[in-house]
Design a protein around this ligand. Structure first.
Ligand code: ZN
Length: 584
């Protein structure tokens, strides 16, 4: 192979028109050139590999071109364009702020800025990864950015816009680059493959495009990797083998198993996937994505959300025809719950297998299963039970009695749900209490309606708006923490945290990371139901605040924590010594 050039460089666009997937943005830039409305500073934001630097270079070349085309593109022929294309132009200066982020680097740059260009009209300064500049460098740069010479244009590029200080943001015209769509990526890869004389399978390219997640540079380097692996014929099989991607085929077969209630086959498929060396978590997240794709294929309105090649798209559509929306909603819920529980589960394989068994029972008419649980909705059962109680206790009161009134709702025997309260749950802890003969609803379509209706009954009829103190809140919180069954770290979090009352009925809980926040949100309905009952106040609300852990919070022992505090405030040591205090 003579002088191999990576595709990302070889096929780098040289005009605005050849930039992939950023049409509205390149049009705006061209219009600015056309109307001669050039700003002094631009900020290009967006994910990596979507063309920020490329567009900056094309922009620099175009505004210096001596012979613009009728379409306001660079001619790529005049002396200026040629020098740009050969990377010897003096009108463009690039600084990679990731490796040159000091004050001196910026000073060197701002000194150059004063020198006008020899050829062409503009000197363009591209600062890549500008968010990496140090505070000092930012400040040094600000002065130049405020009053640049007429010939200077700055293009700042960043993947992390939120890290740019407002004083810089307000001085720039901001352009947000999109992720490149799968379809655009596939088309571009197809073009590159044709020029390189490589035959490709479109479904395979589709997998490449999905894997690159909207970045063309990544897509092209995966493509290069595939060419060196498969040679000049890239097949779907070659792609999934090389990229360690799970074949769509498995998931299509699995959904068929679910619909046929074929537990054995689904477990065997899972086993086959594990034997191929795939991780069970990867498998379950893939299943969620597949179910989501089937769901969006069901409706012509959402089918555009499906990003796959045409013939696979057809298979999704076919599979969607055989699934009811209810089945898909429930299946998604089960696979997503499995995904969320995965990390805290001790027996991960069993967790996934249980999920598969549940999925296989979703359409089982006999419903004699013990595994279909309604774990996520304990509130609904209690509330129904409570409403039933209401009906019994106050038969002369006119309460809508949702259980008996709606004929559609099937009344079934109480499922042996897995989400059981601890033995200690008593009368005073109504949330997870399940009195004998409590009623559950199986028809999923009625669930939401039912729950809301009953909840409003509960809150209107049973709970007032009693005032409560911070102490009452802490007390109720502690009681709640005693009712929840062991479900991993969220329980220990609830047991060890202190809610803070921030208004008469609103309290706040601080968590240290997003996954904890997610877990807490799942429990939110239970928490509120319990606290509202316990505090006899129907407007109790909870807000969750995410604060990254500080070193102090991470410190495990009280001594460690004290050490960190004392480092920040030496007066603590004096106090401790003078009063002879001990760390508890
Ligand atoms: Zn030119």
């Amino acid at each position: 192979m003579d002088n191999f050039i990576v595709s990302a460089r070889k096929y780098r666009p040289s005009t605005f028109n050849s930039v992939v997937g950023q049409l509205s943005l390149t049009t705006t830039l061209k219009n600015a050139i056309k109307g001669n409305h050039l700003a002094h500073a631009y900020l290009f934001c967006g994910p990596r590999g979507v063309g920020k630097t490329t567009c900056a270079r094309i922009f620099a070349k175009t505004i210096n071109c001596q012979n613009l085309t009728a379409d306001f593109e660079a001619c790529n022929q005049c002396e200026s364009c040629v020098s740009f294309n050969e990377q010897r132009s003096y009108n463009i200066h690039e600084l990679d702020a990731a490796s040159n982020n000091g004050v001196d680097d910026i000073r060197t740059l701002t000194e150059q800025v004063r020198i006008p260009p020899q050829i062409g009209n503009y000197s363009v300064y591209i600062i890549d990864e500008v968010h990496m500049l140090s505070q000092g460098a930012f400040n040094a740069f600000l002065k130049t950015l405020e009053e640049p010479p007429a010939h200077a244009i700055f293009i700042l590029a960043t993947t992390e816009k939120h890290k740019i200080i407002p004083t810089i943001l307000s001085r720039c015209q901001i352009y947000d680059f999109n992720r490149i769509t799968v379809a655009d990526t596939v088309n571009h890869l197809k073009m590159v493959a044709e020029k390189e004389g490589v035959t490709v399978d479109l479904n395979g390219l589709n997998v490449v495009a999905q894997k690159s997640d909207g970045g063309m540079r990544d897509a092209l380097s995966i493509f290069d990797q595939l060419v060196s692996f498969c040679g000049n014929n890239i097949t779907y099989q070659g792609v999934i083998d090389n990229l360690n991607v799970l074949d769509y085929e498995y998931y299509f077969r699995l959904v068929e198993c679910f619909l046929k209630n074929n537990v054995q086959e689904s477990l065997l498929i899972f086993n086959e996937v594990l034997n191929k060396g795939f991780d069970a978590h990867h498998f379950i997240t893939g299943l969620s994505s597949h179910l989501r794709d089937v769901l969006v294929s069901k409706d012509p309105a959402t089918i555009k959300l499906l990003e796959v090649g045409a013939d696979i798209g057809e298979r999704y559509k076919n599979q969607a025809q055989s699934c009811t929306p209810e089945f898909l909603f429930q299946a998604l819920k089960i696979s997503n719950d499995c995904d969320l529980d995965y990390r805290i589960s001790k027996n991960k394989r069993l967790l996934v297998e249980l999920a598969l068994i549940r999925l296989c029972q979703l359409t089982d008419e006999k419903k004699n299963s013990i595994l279909i649980d309604d774990r996520p909705a304990p509130i609904q059962k209690v509330a129904v039970a409570k409403a039933a109680e209401n009906v019994q206790n106050n038969s002369n009161q006119t309460i809508p009695a949702p259980v008996a009134a709606t004929p559609k709702q099937a009344v079934v025997e109480q499922p042996k749900a897995q989400f059981k309260p601890k033995e200690t749950a008593k009368e005073s802890q109504p949330v997870l209490r399940r009195p004998p003969g409590s009623i559950s609803i199986t028809s999923p379509t009625n669930k939401t309606e039912q729950t809301e209706e009953v909840k409003s009954v509960v809150s209107e009829k049973r709970i007032g708006n009693k005032e409560f103190s911070h102490f009452d809140l802490l007390n109720a919180w502690r009681k709640f923490s005693e009712t929840i069954p062991e479900l991993g770290r969220v329980v220990s979090f609830i047991q060890n945290t202190t809610p803070v009352l921030i208004s008469s009925s609103m309290f706040e809980v601080t968590v240290s990371n997003n996954s904890l926040e997610k877990e807490l949100k799942r429990l939110l309905p239970d928490i509120l139901e319990f606290l509202q009952n316990n505090l006899e106040n129907s407007s109790v609300r909870m807000s969750i605040k995410v604060v990254e852990e500080t070193a102090v919070q991470r410190a495990s022992s009280p001594e460690d924590r004290y050490r960190l505090f004392a480092e920040q405030n030496p007066a603590l040591d004096i106090l401790k010594n003078n009063l002879n205090l001990e760390i508890d």
